[in-house]
Design a protein. Sequence first.
Length: 296
Amino acid sequence: MTPDIRIGTMAGKGPRTAEYIRHILPHGFESFQINFWREVDADLPRLADELAAVLDGGAATVSSLGIYGNPLGDQPEDEITRKGWESCIDAAASFGCDLVCGFAGRVRGRPVPESAARFKEVFAPLADRAAAAGVRIAFENCPMGGTWESGDWNIAFHPAAWELMFEAVPSPVLGLEWEPCHQMCQLIDPMPQLREWAGRVYHVHGKDAKIYRDVVDRSGVVGPRPFAFHKHPGLGDSNWTRIIEELRKAGFRGAIDIEGWHDDVYKDDLELTGQVMALEYLKTCRGRFVPNPPGF
């Protein structure tokens, strides 16, 4: 039986994405997010056909497309990102998925509330476009170094911003691409937040964090010593069994796709080692589906 929650990974390798997935597929990844940085740097119809050939006959799927840039900005590259959102929404069905993820964007250098009008201007038509195509949109909760007062990339890092966004564009196709790491690095306990917002979570990035509380206690969070490190699931402080339980309570039926290339130890030659460790850990947290006896 198909698992209610798939465990996969991010696999944005541009024109070589299908080749990359062909190499890592035997390790047991069940889903793939096809992600792009700021622009869609691949021929989407061709890539969809290539991926269909690679995945043919197996159970793995494409969970989502992702386009990560600043769609609210006023620079030429921001217009490219906006066009990328349109392209991904239009192409999602050809990949067999109904989800496009990315940053919400930001009016650069201004407090979060000053992005609300621009967010509505950009995402109201994108939400309509997505709804017409049977596609949902999910915003990653990464601050990208920004704060409430200023930033360059993304306002969707805090629940107060989510309320502003979903009030500005009250469409059910808009939701969250959530992970505990970004909340923990703000010293937020992710579990109460997840319990409140799980119904609006459409996709999960599998990334964790390790918080050195002794550093926080002695040096604070703006001193010379790092207090937080991004980690693969299973190597950080989160209890993913509890996270998956809360997602299931909310009826989540989607994918947890590992966001690699951040762990401070399992990187470079150990990148895929760390990702497979995380894959196996998350599958254990999810559990193996065991059907009930017939009639019981």
